[in-house]
Design a protein. Structure first.
Length: 583
């Protein structure tokens, strides 16, 4: 039997939420969920365990309390049947009203927070969903606290009422954070899209400068993909004494900033970098995405080996887009790009964990770092950005500066998001690179994506007539190979793999009290009085007991590369350089 769309809608349950803030001072969001038009014998209500874009099981159900259910004005049982599931018997019941409180006091771009100054609803941690109904629409009615005047979210208004929003399905609801309060809102048009910036917390930002520079970045990023798929887009910015980080969504993003950071050039440029990063995600990962990242499994880890594309390339483009938007110079760009190489090369974990594996293990490693993470892993942001640069240079070289990584991104977006309407597999993205690189990339993948080969940077930078040189190559400074607290007692926070501390047994948590009997004040100065190869006695306190450790000092092997132009660049090198750096 074929049921018409109208009939299907008529028999589907209706879902609505009312959000109130009666105990905002104690950081609670009160939610009343109504499901009507029920025909089934039971309803299972679930809370996602993670929020897309942030690859960690956060167990949002831990913040829910006092859940009750009623039908026809009478209480009905709503027992928990798993960590994030409530079971409600609904035989003979057509409408259920469920009330619960959500504790919201974790400051981050991916967790909910309320106090008297504002409410931030990270929706995947606020709204329960009925099992099996992720494709259902719902409405959200917000009753603001006291003098709160404004709602900022990409969810569509109902009847022009900013406090009533609707979403066509739960993927959209969970991908649309909601800011409510007295935020400073301003707007502008860019790339044919209406942009809104909602500034919470005040700050020394210059709206006119932001509008101008954000427009340029948005237009440079739109040019990569050839279209901007949104009608409107919302930047929610949380300005605090200190702040950072961002989380991407389909038609919005949440950014953290320091409220005074806009006053310095480096702070302002850092904010524009965050804008460029999160906004680039509206294509890369939100639409052009690894195949497992949508539709999402909200109850389990969603494993992918492709976060080096989703995050690393976004990190690459956050710099490149600012350069191509002309808000940042080629010199500043090169310094940041080579900075990523330094980060990768100085991290011992880059020689332990392949890039694809760093992505796969994000859930248990990148998002759960410990004192040994630096030695054992590599960031798919940093190495992904480096690999993005290598592939960009490979393609520009292959095409004599006519095409670039932009063409791969656009092709993949057109082919998979728009054409096949699904995510890409690892093999499909590799084929996309090969199409524009003009050669097979099995060797490249074996070495740099799935393997641990040392990267031949100068081969790739040479395509644009550059090389890198290590500014520290001629130094011979002795090191213990440990990091210590900067203030107060010299407590070891990290022991560098294969350094003197690692080999001779200094532990994280040790307090270094003396070297050769001299109490430690300025550790770096004391070490510089020695030579590489010197044997010293390091006295430490470990778990309240003294230990005396003989340690052989080694050369500090940190690198600090900088880019230099090659003399006598060829026409082809200059063409690649022009395409890459617009020089
Ligand atoms: Zn990102």
């Amino acid at each position: 039997m074929k049921v018409s769309t109208a009939e299907a809608a008529a028999v589907s349950p209706k879902i609505s939420y009312k959000v109130t803030f009666p105990e905002v001072q104690a950081h609670y969001i009160d939610v009343e969920m109504t499901v009507s038009g029920l025909k089934q014998a039971s309803l299972e209500l679930k809370m996602p365990v993670w929020t897309p874009g942030s690859y960690l099981v956060r167990e949002f159900a831990k913040n829910i309390e006092s859940l009750t259910a009623t039908a026809n004005g009478k209480a009905i049982a709503a027992p928990k049947v798993s960590k994030n599931t409530w079971h409600i018997a609904t035989t003979g019941v057509s409408t259920v009203v469920v009330k619960y409180k959500v504790y919201a006091f974790e400051v981050s771009v991916r967790t909910s927070f309320v106090d008297v100054s504002h409410g931030f609803l990270s929706t995947s941690g606020v709204f329960l969903y009925p099992k099996g109904m992720l494709d259902q629409p719902s409405t959200v009615k917000i009753i603001p606290y006291k003098d709160w005047t404004t709602v900022s979210t990409s969810l569509e208004m109902v009847s022009g009422d900013q406090f009533t929003r609707t979403s066509p399905n739960y993927d959209i609801l969970f991908d649309s954070p909601i800011e409510v309060g007295t935020q400073d809102v301003f707007g502008f048009d860019a790339a044919g899209v209406k942009y809104e910036v909602a500034m919470y917390g005040g700050g020394n930002y210059d709206k006119e400068r932001l509008k101008k520079d954000m427009t340029k970045i948005i237009e440079a990023e739109t040019a990569v993909f050839g279209e901007n798929p949104n009608k409107h887009y919302t930047f929610i910015v949380h300005n605090r004494q200190r702040g950072g980080g961002g989380l991407e969504h389909l038609s919005s993003t949440v950014l953290g900033a320091g409220r005074e950071q806009y006053g310095s050039e480096s702070g302002y440029m850092g904010f524009l970098g965050l804008v460029a990063h999160e906004h680039f995600h509206l294509w890369n990962v939100k639409r052009l995405r690894p195949i497992v990242l949508g539709p999402f499994d909200y109850e389990n880890e969603n494993y992918t080996t492709n976060l080096w594309i989703a995050e690393g390339f976004t990190a690459y483009y956050q710099n490149l887009a600012r350069l191509h938007a002309d808000v940042y110079s080629a010199d500043a760009y090169l310094e940041d790009a080579i900075g990523d190489i330094n980060t990768v090369e100085n991290q011992p974990g880059s020689r332990i964990q392949p890039l694809a594996e760093a992505s796969f293990d994000a859930w248990i490693k990148a998002y759960r770092p410990n004192e040994n993470s630096y030695n054992t892993g590599i960031s798919y942001y940093d190495k992904g950005a480096v690999v993005g640069m290598l592939l960009d240079l490979e393609i520009m070289n292959n095409t004599g500066g006519k095409q670039s990584l932009d063409d791969v991104m656009k092709y993949m977006y057109q082919t998979y998001y728009k054409g096949k309407k699904r995510g890409y597999t690892d093999a499909e993205f590799k084929a996309g690179f090969e199409k524009f690189a003009g050669k097979k990339l099995d060797d490249f993948y074996a070495k740099y994506i799935n393997g641990l080969a040392a990267i031949d940077y100068n081969k790739y930078l040479g395509y644009a007539g550059y090389q890198i040189v290590d500014k520290l190559a001629d130094t011979n400074n002795p090191t213990l190979g440990v990091s210590v607290n900067q203030n107060g007692k010299k407590i070891v926070t990290m022991v560098l793999r294969d350094g003197p501390g690692w080999k001779d047994g200094i532990n994280v948590g040790d307090e270094i009290v003396s070297i050769d009997g001299t109490p430690v004040t300025d550790l770096a100065a004391m070490l510089n009085a020695h030579k590489v190869g010197d044997k010293v006695t390091v006295a430490v306190i470990r778990d309240g007991k003294p230990y005396s450790l003989p340690v052989t000092l080694q050369r500090n092997s940190r690198v600090q590369y900088k880019a230099e132009q090659l003399p006598n660049a060829t026409e082809k090198q200059l063409a690649v350089r022009k395409k890459w750096l617009k020089l």
